[in-house]
Unconditional design. Structure first.
Lengths: 514, 178
């Protein structure tokens, strides 16, 4: 559970919180006996911590299920999380730290009729904070591992897995003007091949017309394609990925906003950074259209080699880019009777607008028995207007560098420091970060973390975002007490990573698992 | 308001004391499907190490303390295996966005663990894992006997100590065979 005591802070835009103290809490209970299992999660938002969707008001047991599993047959009644393929037409999941949860409540059956073949079927309504959606979701998925099923292929070095899925949602059309489709179907097919270190996988999805708030109520169909090729052997790895998304926002309520009621998941093809300045401008997939690619290399210089030194050196190079798809708008102005299809788009035609670009290189090295080092350089191009969905925001071009040093005082006592710098002339201009952490394994840590927006053009906005955290961990019980201003995002301090909302004030967090 | 905070601190300390005693009871692994790095479905019930201890480590490619932990263990893993016969199983909770990075990442680091993907967190939820890294130690019978959240340099010693204590117990009270 998290509890926060707030202070008014007009500098960083933290509003005054009349309740002063807010808290989020949840408790999971899982029980298993023989072929049966059951679980519930009690959640309470009194009132939701700032940064959470305010529709999470109150307490309840939104997650509860009963499951019967005899290996080949697996039946769930209640709330469940499911993913078909890479999730581009169906994925329900949760991220408690950010208050994201689109679980389905209903029935799910998984069945393995023959070895290597898995069939899934489900029906239900999605979670919408403390209620469920109006729209109904029905879906089925088949996955077939050819090598497991066919004895003639069993010993093959090359392994094939194919799959297909179908999702349909139903929502009544109450619109007085438009004739909106009540049943919207989407289908996807996927294939993956593995052979001696090589992996190639592809998934294609198609969705029929689905006018929604996300796409501006146009009647165009949607498509998505993901392709990934990788090669890996000991000490080396390489990845090449491409994706194209065209009008693939898919929610069980066509008018839903924010992160709620999404049926599918469109993964961003970009690296997930953890240094706070590298993660300052994170990318999110654009459901209405984007084309992107990613290239990545991993290499381990062996100990004793020129670059490896005494302990070896790890190098990681990553490049990713996302930009608009080509769109030719359809003019319906002179023809009010026509159905608004919005636009047409050539399948592999690039648009002109760059949404995001990230080139980064990371080096990890153990310098001696006492010292460890991690270096990051990153070039970033971030189209703030598009990614954050707000007009007339600047595009940010930035150079980011981070140096992390770890020093072993004794085998249990460690000092860790991060120095980060972000240089840019755009948005809020340049930032610097200093982190100091002292830990006594395995129980205690204390950390001080300062993000300083020193380069801001407006001198009153040159703010220190300082946070001090003290934590105690014993086995799976963890208590941290923090004070200061904190930005939203993945926060890795004191030996764990978690997603945190923005805040200012006292923060206490307790996590226990047993 | 300050009274409330104090009350909560007290309450939570009480709670965690209660948890410490509750977690001593042994528990088996739940039956959940994960995937191998080559995409095959694998049931967690089938994790085995021929009656020797297993370490299960939940991690992600975006979790730096997790990577530090697995790197620190990597330096000593050959010794650990020789001494205790322990096997380390990694469960990546990377989702569709980053799960394609896991195989090249693991190989790029030269790690010798047995690796699986839990892309939608099914195993993570069944094991009540909230924050990575989260490690479990299983005895030869597959019972969860120890767990820990988080990593700071040096805590790998506590982990291997938990594995060693299992072996000592085995000598003291040998497992009955029918």
């Amino acid at each position: 559970m998290d509890a926060q005591y707030y202070f008014k802070d007009s500098l960083i835009g933290a509003p005054e919180v009349p309740q002063k103290l807010l808290s989020n809490g949840f408790a999971n209970f899982e029980y298993e006996k023989g072929n049966f299992s059951a679980g519930i999660r009690y959640e309470s938002y009194l009132d939701p911590i700032l940064g959470y969707d305010t529709r999470y008001q109150g307490s309840g047991i939104p997650y509860r299920y009963l499951r019967y599993n005899i290996g080949d047959l697996d039946v769930t009644a209640g709330t469940f999380y499911e993913q078909f393929g890479s999730g581009i037409i169906l994925r329900t999941y949760e991220e408690r730290g950010l208050g994201y949860d689109n679980a389905i409540e209903g029935f799910r059956v998984k069945y393995v009729p023959i070895r290597g073949l898995t069939v899934k079927g489900l029906i239900g309504r999605q979670r919408n904070f403390f209620s469920t959606s109006e729209g109904l979701v029905r879906a089925a998925d088949v996955e077939w591992n050819l090598n497991e099923s066919c004895d003639s292929m069993a010993g093959n070095k090359t392994q094939w897995i194919i799959g297909g899925s179908f999702v349909s949602k139903f929502q009544k059309d109450d619109d007085p003007v438009f004739n909106l489709p009540e049943n919207v179907g989407a289908g996807a097919g996927r294939i993956s091949m593995n052979s001696e270190g090589w992996t190639a996988s592809a998934e294609y999805a198609y969705k029929i017309n689905d006018p929604s708030g996300t796409n501006g109520y146009i009647f165009k169909d949607g498509q998505a394609l993901l392709f990934n090729l990788s090669y890996t052997k000991k000490g080396f790895g390489a990845i090449f990925g491409v994706k194209r998304i065209d009008n693939m926002g898919f929610r069980s309520d066509r008018d839903a906003t924010g992160n709620s009621l999404m049926i599918n998941y469109l993964p961003a093809l970009t690296k997930n950074h953890t240094y706070s300045l590298a993660a300052l401008y994170p990318y999110a997939s654009q459901p209405n259209g984007e084309i992107g690619l990613q290239l990545e290399l991993f290499y381990n210089f062996k100990p004793g080699s020129t670059f490896g030194g005494e302990y070896g050196t790890d190098v990681n190079i990553n490049y990713s880019r996302a930009q608009s798809i080509e769109k030719t708008l359809i003019d319906t102005v002179g023809n009010p009777e026509a159905i608004d299809l919005g636009y047409t788009s050539g399948f592999l035609m690039f648009g002109k607008e760059v949404y995001f670009e990230d080139f980064n290189i990371e080096i990890t090295k153990k310098l001696s028995k006492k010292w460890r080092m991690h270096l990051l350089y990153m070039y970033l191009h971030y189209n703030k207007s598009v990614v954050e969905g707000r007009a007339s925001e600047p595009t940010v071009y930035a150079h980011i560098a981070a140096l992390e040093l770890g020093y072993k005082v004794t085998s249990k006592k460690n000092i860790r420091t991060e120095i980060q710098h972000l240089y840019t002339k755009h948005d809020k201009q340049s930032w610097a970060v200093l982190l100091l952490e002292y830990s006594i394994a395995p129980n205690w840590f204390i950390a001080g973390f300062d993000q300083y927006n020193y380069g801001n053009d407006i001198s009153a906005q040159r703010i220190h975002y300082f946070t001090g955290t003290l934590g105690y961990t014993r086995k799976t019980n963890r208590i941290t007490i923090g004070y200061g201003r904190q930005r939203a995002g993945i926060f890795c301090v004191g030996g764990v990573c978690r997603n945190v909302p923005a805040s200012n004030g006292f923060l206490m967090s307790i996590t226990s698992s047993f | 308001m300050k009274k409330n905070i104090l009350l909560m601190v007290l309450l939570s300390i009480l709670l965690s004391v209660f948890n410490l005693s509750a977690q001593e009871q042994a528990r088996m692994l739940p039956s959940v499907n994960v995937k191998t790095l080559t995409g095959e479905i694998f049931n967690t019930e089938n994790f085995s190490n021929d009656g020797k201890p297993i370490i299960i480590d939940f991690w992600a490619t975006w979790c730096k303390p997790c990577i530090e932990e697995l790197t620190a263990i990597h330096e000593e893993y050959a010794d650990w295996q020789k001494e205790t016969g322990v096997k380390l199983i990694t469960i990546s909770i990377d989702d569709a966005r980053t799960m394609n990075r896991v195989a090249p990442f693991v190989n790029g680091k030269g790690w010798n663990y047995e690796n699986y993907l839990d892309a939608n967190g099914d195993f993570k939820r069944a094991m009540n894992v909230n924050m990575p890294p989260h490690t479990f130690v299983l005895n030869g019978k597959g019972e969860i006997v120890w767990q820990h959240v988080g990593f700071t340099e040096g805590s790998q010693e506590e982990l291997i100590a938990a594995v060693r204590s299992l072996l000592e117990k085995n000598i003291a009270e040998p497992v009955k065979t029918n």
